[in-house]
Design a protein around this ligand. Sequence first.
Ligand code: FAD
Length: 441
Amino acid sequence: MKIINRELLVIGGGPAGLAAAVGAYEEGIRDILILERDIEAGGILNQCIHNGFGLHTFKEELTGPEYAGRYIDKVNGLGIEIKTNSMVIDLKPVENDENKDSYGNLATVVSRSEGMYQIKAKAVILAMGCRERPRGALNIPGFRPAGVFSAGTAQRLVNIEGRNVGKDVVILGSGDIGLIMARRMSLEGARVHCVLELMPYSGGLKRNIVQCLEDYSIPLHLSHTVIDVKGKERVTSIVAAQVDENLQPIPGTEKEYKCDTLLLSVGLIPENEVSLSAGIEISPITNGPVVDEAMETSCRGVFACGNVLHVHDLVDYVSDEADVAGRKAAAFIRSQGEEVNTKEHARHIETLGAVRYVVPQEIHSDNLDDEQIFRFRVSKPMGRSKIVVSIGDKTVMSKNKMIMAPGEMENITFKKKWLEGTGADDKISISAFEIDKEFVI
Ligand SMILES: Cc1cc2nc3c(=O)[nH]c(=O)nc-3n(C[C@H](O)[C@H](O)[C@H](O)COP(=O)(O)OP(=O)(O)OC[C@H]3O[C@@H](n4cnc5c(N)ncnc54)[C@H](O)[C@@H]3O)c2cc1C
């Protein structure tokens, strides 16, 4: 099989891959290749034609394609090569290769125009995004008629392919895609009966609940699920029911909605296949790779960013994180792999209280920049709360928040100087706990 050598291979041409490539270029790397399996770069943003993107990065409200377009223009302007219709199907560290010092990872690619070939890269950035959890993962009883779509598929059909997916719609799941599609379907002239949410709180951003449901008078029924899908050829109705604290349907609360379409917005899962093929350690909580301060995975020279690492709600944070991954991958290449980490000295970040996960999950004290961003989510809606960072028994930071919710990603800036005077074995922890429930939304 044909083998090509490249300094940096970026897998995925969405916002994460594009920003990572720009970051690496700005750190002096010129031999960069972005591989994108779709027909064009831009990732999921190409189908997000609503506005609300880029408020942090560009201080403007852009649509998804506009935001992606800015990065595509940057990448093209810098002369960074993007190959579309090119899918990476396998990634392996090159352990015993005679070139191992300079080209550490071997990716297998399939392409419509070039067939199957391999790329040896000094560093690789994983930026493959995530995919939607399908109906099969939910065990909803009932028939399998036409008219059941994942919300993202419906978004693509409506916004890119100009199709009409249905006229009478129920949406299961109140994550951001479900909320955005409730509004989109209303704008398309469909009747959206309601959004049903299994949990007692929404998984989406507060601003999307207001702008996509309340502004369109679409009811949100928390602690509800779909217990039956009726119809043989096409959906004719669905049956919803309230659930108890164990998320089990409560008999007697059933309600039937006549509809021709059920949209599912029930979670996103990082695209893990390539990461798994490389033997990368995956976090059981984020379902993405475990990374350190450089966004480097457990596989040397392989970095990760964006939704493949953990699911983001704002693309601006994806771009910031990807910029770090690109710059750190560049440093790795410049040091010819000598660098950055001796993995054995990693310090794990402990999560306490309501902190469900944190990224990065570990740091190497010597390699930290003066400031390190940690991003995390809480496991439940919280009223007035405290976020505390501790090293050993010393509290190094504490800040109050009015509200926190699982749908909204939090971040804190960790300062390297906090480590001064602490022992290498002192545990670093991030915790969040409620001090006043009164303000829960
Ligand atoms: C419906 C929806 C609405 C959203 N609304 C907003 C919003 O209003 N505001 C906001 O800020 N953010 C929003 N977001 C979030 C934002 O769009 C994402 O956080 C962002 O797109 C993630 O970027 P990414 O590059 O990690 O992933 P993606 O955009 O998914 O890009 C990943 C790319 O990798 C490619 N790829 C995957 N596997 C391979 C492979 N093996 N080989 C080659 N290529 C591969 C994919 O084809 C894709 O192009 C929304 C997201 C969704 C899904």
